[in-house]
Design a protein around this ligand. Structure first.
Ligand code: PLP
Length: 397
C-alpha cells in the first residue's frame, strides 16, 4: 500500500465524477443549486442520510467537498469545510463553540476583522472578550476563569508578526477544557499544522495563500468530525458555504500550495535580509530573521523552518509612510495578502483602522508600521524597488 507525501495526497484527493464521458482529470465543477433525483424516494433517502448524495448546494456540493478534502490533507484534519470567506470561517467556528455569557481570550495583535467580532458578534451573543498577550503563558493562565470557553489566536499575528507558542497554548487548553481556535492564514497547513499541537478548530482566510492568486474569496474550518458537526449545522443555517465556482478556484490554487509557499518564504527571507541592511530607513519585522523574538520557535515548528512571505516595516521617523508607499513601482497599494504579486498597505488606515487609539498602541499599530506581502517576483527586483522608494520618501520630508 502506497503511503504518499502530503502534496501527492492533496493532488489526488478529489473524486473524478461519473464516467459516462470518461472520468474527469480535474474535479468536475457542479454549478448547480439543486440535485435531480430519478425517483423522488431517492431524494428523501439522501436528505435523511440513508443514501450518499447531495440535495442542495447550501448543505453540500461535490466540488466544495472535493476542495475540502484537499484542505484536510494540508491541515492534517479528519474533516474540513470550505466557506464564503475567512470571516465566515471565523464567525462559524466561534459561534459553534460558545454560549451566551462565555468569555473568550484573544490577542491584541490580530486581523482587524477578527478584532471587530468582539463588538458585533460579542454584543449580539453576550460574549466577553479579553485581550491577552499570547506569547506569555503565565498571563494567559492568569486570565482563565470558569467562564473562559475559548481562545482565538493567529499562527503569525497580523500585522505585528507575533508568533505565539501554539504547542504550549494547545496543551494548556486541553488541560483546562478550553477550546482553541487558530487562524492559520499567514502560515497555511503547509508550513504549520495547529491541529497537531492541540487546536480544536483551525480556520483560514483561503482568500490569501491557500488560493494564492488574488481572484477568489474563501475560508476554511478544519477539525475532527465531532468538532465540525456543529460548524456544519451553523453554516447551513447562515448560508455561508462557498459557491462551487469559488471552491473550484480554491482547489486549483491549492494544487501549487507547497511550491508557492516555498517561493514566498524564500523571497520573504531575501527581502527581509535586504531590508535589514537598509536599517537606517527602519526596522523590519520578519519571523525568519534571527532577531525576531519568536524566531527559534518558528525555526523548530514550521516546515523547513520557513517563515512565509509576510513582514512589517517600522519606518524611521524621518521616512514618510505615504511617500514610501506611493513611490513603490512593483508593489501594489492594496489590502489582502498571499497573492502572486507583492502588496503594500498601512494597517492604521486600512485593515486595522477600526481599533481605538489605546488598542492600536497595545497592538503596536501606528502610521509608520507598513505591512508587506512578498509575492513571486524576483526578490532582487523587489529590493531595488523598496530601496528607491525608501530613499525618495526620506528626501521628500
Ligand atoms: C489573518 C486573517 N484572518 C482572516 C481574514 C479575513 O478573511 P476574508 O477577507 O477572506 O474574510 C483576514 C483578511 O485579511 C486575515 O488577514
Amino acid at each position: 500500500m502506497l503511503m504518499p507525501q502530503r502534496q501527492t495526497s492533496a493532488l489526488h484527493a478529489h473524486d473524478r465524477g461519473p464516467s459516462t464521458f470518461g472520468e474527469s482529470l480535474t474535479p468536475p465543477l457542479y454549478l448547480t443549486s439543486s440535485f435531480r433525483f430519478e425517483q423522488y424516494e431517492e431524494g428523501s433517502q439522501v436528505a435523511r442520510g440513508e443514501h450518499p448524495g447531495y440535495v442542495y448546494t447550501r448543505s453540500g456540493n461535490p466540488t466544495t467537498d472535493a476542495t475540502s478534502r484537499v484542505v484536510s490533507v494540508w491541515e492534517g484534519a479528519a474533516s474540513s469545510l470550505v466557506l464564503a470567506s475567512g470571516m465566515a470561517a471565523i464567525s462559524a467556528a466561534l459561534l459553534s463553540l460558545v454560549r451566551p455569557g462565555d468569555e473568550v481570550l484573544m490577542s491584541p495583535v490580530q486581523y482587524g476583522g477578527t478584532y471587530a467580532v468582539r463588538h458585533g458578534l460579542g454584543d449580539a451573543y453576550g460574549l466577553t472578550f479579553t485581550f491577552v498577550d499570547m506569547t506569555n503563558i503565565d498571563e494567559i493562565k492568569s486570565h482563565i476563569s470558569s467562564k473562559t470557553r475559548a481562545i482565538i489566536v493567529e499562527t503569525i499575528a497580523n500585522p505585528g508578526m507575533v508568533v505565539p507558542p501554539l504547542d504550549t497554548i494547545g496543551s494548556l487548553c486541553q488541560e483546562r477544557g478550553i477550546a482553541l481556535i487558530v487562524d492559520n492564514t499567514f502560515a497555511t497547513g503547509y508550513l504549520y499544522r495547529p491541529l497537531g499541537d492541540g487546536a480544536t478548530l483551525v480556520v483560514n482566510s483561503a482568500t490569501k495563500y491557500m488560493n494564492g492568486h488574488g481572484d477568489t474569496l474563501a475560508g476554511t474550518v478544519s477539525g475532527t468530525i465531532e468538532a465540525l458537526a456543529p460548524v456544519k449545522a451553523l453554516v447551513s443555517q447562515m448560508g455561508s458555504i462557498a459557491s462551487p465556482f469559488a471552491s473550484y478556484m480554491l482547489w486549483r490554487g491549492l494544487a501549487t500550495l507547497p511550491l508557492r509557499m516555498d517561493a514566498h518564504s524564500r523571497h520573504g527571507l531575501a527581502v527581509a535580509e535586504g531590508l535589514a541592511d537598509m536599517a537606517s530607513y527602519g526596522r523590519v519585522i520578519y519571523p525568519g530573521l534571527a532577531n525576531h523574538p519568536q524566531h527559534r520557535w518558528v525555526r523548530d515548528h514550521f516546515h523547513g523552518g520557513q517563515a512565509g512571505g509576510m513582514m512589517a516595516i517600522e519606518l524611521a521617523p524621518d521616512v514618510s509612510p505615504d511617500d514610501f508607499m506611493d513611490g513603490l513601482e512593483l508593489f501594489s497599494r492594496a489590502v489582502s495578502l498571499g497573492d502572486t504579486t507583492s502588496l503594500v498597505e498601512q494597517p492604521s488606515t486600512l485593515t486595522h483602522r477600526s481599533l481605538t487609539a489605546d488598542e492600536s498602541r497595545i497592538a503596536g499599530i501606528h502610521p509608520g508600521l507598513i505591512r508587506l506581502s512578498i509575492g513571486l517576483e524576483d526578490p532582487d527586483d523587489l529590493l531595488v524597488d523598496l530601496g528607491q522608494a525608501l530613499k525618495r520618501a526620506r528626501h521628500a520630508q
